[in-house]
Design a protein around this ligand. Structure first.
Ligand SMILES: Cc1cc2nc3c(=O)[nH]c(=O)nc-3n(C[C@H](O)[C@H](O)[C@H](O)COP(=O)(O)O)c2cc1C
Ligand SMILES: [Mn+2]
Length: 507
């Protein structure tokens, strides 16, 4: 049985029964879906929600499916520790070429809507956050073919639904989707695009990984799935789309047209990146008989985790090429502009090289790299903060890289504001915090610890709550200090003999 959203749901239900919550009472697609994710997030809980009764819509909707490290580890056949620490998420995985199947073998062809039936309003597309400009597709994998190389490329892009037939698309910075679109637009041709919605998380991971060069995402997805992605021909273009997706929306991006898009709350938790954007015109929608639409909880933990996880893998791959020993990378979910890198440092140039490799992996979003030694756990915020406090001297260990990020984009600092409050896009800076100790042979003060053998002797079971009427035991006679150890061994052994002096003599 090939992997898809359903095979993964079955696995989650079998191994983590509390992790999928079915909601069958009516929910409003406007805030009613994201309300569940937000309410649970406020309690630090992140189950997936399967809504079977979205008011006025044709299909069910699942959200928050990829919101936890645990479920992503399950999806990728690993454990949380390996997921967070392996030097390259794709290491040890085999790229699998996709395979073509016929429409008869493709579940996503069970229902085919064209013409007026291909109506976006039938789908349970949520409006996510309070000031969003409308419903947004957040988990749709946008598939396009590069007209120059014929390679098929994929990525998740946000889509503002304007009406039943049109929606926006935002290609950010250097992302390939935008390059492909511009190549069609130069010839004033529509750019065919297909949006695949609802698949195994391994498929999504392939789509959002920074695969070098245009295309290759289906193969990367094959690596995460450990099997070939099954593809089928689209109805209204020559694109090849995943046969086991839940829903495919087909269309083309109109050349030379821009429509105001946004506002939309992005992963920094802010309404950013709105403005004129290209427009997709829908030509067909195909789906399973009992299709489940998939949503990613935008500006929630799910959004941040799905952005951070593939980037951590890419940073690991790139930094390990420039330092002798990379020991950890974390892009913290609460602040995805930061990146913590730990290295076993052998010379003082390494932290800067490591930081630049990290910045170059993700120039659009990362802007503060904190480099620490290998004794610091990059997943422990307190440890990272302690390293900055004890091993970082701003005058010597802080570097500012001006004109690094922007113009505009997702960071609100990438704007110049005038007295009227108007803003102009500008570049902003990145910085490097080198919180590593000086390289050998310099001896830095040792870090204190209680010997581990002593800690192993601690048995919490012997400790009891102090009673209200506790009285401390009377002073006991210490054992003799002179004339050898008392027969009974340690202190208070009651072995007799003369008591030692109350204070040990100073040397
Ligand atoms: C939930 C989510 C939403 C995303 N939204 C966008 C987006 O709106 N625009 C964009 O360009 N990239 C977005 N990304 C990032 C791209 O999908 C990702 O960088 C991908 O590798 C780009 O592929 P490409 O360079 O082949 O176009 C999003 C990623 C995630 C996980
Ligand atoms: Mn690509």
């Amino acid at each position: 049985m090939s992997k898809d959203l359903r095979s993964f749901l079955a696995e989650v239900v079998a191994q983590r029964p509390d992790d999928v919550q079915v909601v069958d009472t009516p929910v409003d697609p406007r805030f009613g879906i994201t309300a569940w994710g937000a309410e649970y997030e406020s309690r630090n809980q992140y189950p997936a929600f399967l809504f079977t009764n979205v008011e006025g819509r044709a299909t069910s909707c699942i959200s928050n499916l990829t919101a936890t490290w645990e479920r992503m580890a399950l999806a990728l056949g690993t454990d949380v520790h390996t997921l967070q620490t392996s030097t390259n998420l794709n290491e040890g995985r085999t790229l699998h070429e996709p395979v073509e199947v016929s429409a008869d073998e493709a579940p996503v062809k069970e229902i085919i809507w064209t013409g007026d039936d291909a109506d976006l309003d039938r789908l349970p597309i949520p409006t996510h956050n309070h000031a969003d400009g409308g419903p947004y597709l957040t988990a749709a994998v946008g598939i396009m073919r590069d007209p120059l190389t014929e390679e098929i490329n994929a990525g998740i892009y946000r889509h503002h639904v304007y009406d039943s037939k049109t929606m926006g698309v935002w290609f950010f910075g250097s992302h390939h989707g935008g390059t492909i679109y511009r190549r069609y637009e130069e010839k004033m041709e529509g750019a065919p695009i297909a949006l695949a919605i609802g698949h195994h998380p391994g498929f999504l991971m392939g789509a959002v990984s920074r695969v070098p060069g245009i295309g290759g995402e289906y193969k990367a997805a094959g690596a995460f799935l450990d099997e070939s992605v099954e593809l089928v021909r689209a109805e209204t273009s020559d694109l090849m789309v995943p046969a086991r997706a839940e829903i495919i929306i087909e269309g083309f991006i109109r050349p030379g047209e821009r429509v105001e898009e946004g506002p939309f709350a992005e992963w920094p938790g802010l309404y950013v990146a709105g403005g004129p954007k290209p427009v997709i015109e829908v030509t067909a929608i195909t789906m399973r008989r009992d299709a489940i639409f998939q949503d990613i909880q935008s500006a929630g933990q799910e959004h941040r985790l799905m952005g951070a996880l593939p980037r951590i893998a890419s940073v690991q791959a790139n930094v390990s090429k420039v330092v002798d020993e990379l020991t950890g990378v974390n892009i913290p979910l609460h602040s995805r502009m930061h990146c913590y890198v730990s290295i076993k440092k052998t010379n003082d140039g390494e932290p800067t090289r490591a930081a630049f490799a990290a910045l170059n992996t993700e120039p659009e979003n990362l802007r503060m790299i904190i480099v620490v030694d290998d004794d610091i756990d990059v997943h422990d915020e307190q440890a990272v903060s302690w390293a900055v406090g004890t091993r970082f001297d701003a005058e010597h260990d802080f570097q500012v890289i001006p004109h690094w990020n922007g113009p505009a984009g997702l960071l609100p600092t990438n704007w110049e504001y005038d007295e009227e409050g108007e803003r102009t896009a500008r570049m902003s800076s990145a910085c490097i915090v080198d919180a590593t100790k000086p390289a050998p042979p310099i001896k830095y003060p040792d870090r204190a610890y209680v010997p581990i053998e002593a800690r192993e002797e601690v048995d919490p079971a012997v400790a009891t709550n102090m009673p209200a009427d506790f009285t401390p035991p009377p002073v006991r006679c210490p054992p003799p200090a002179r004339g050898g150890p008392p027969p009974g061994g340690g202190r208070g052994g009651g072995g007799g003999g003369p008591p030692p002096p109350p204070h040990r003599p100073l040397p």
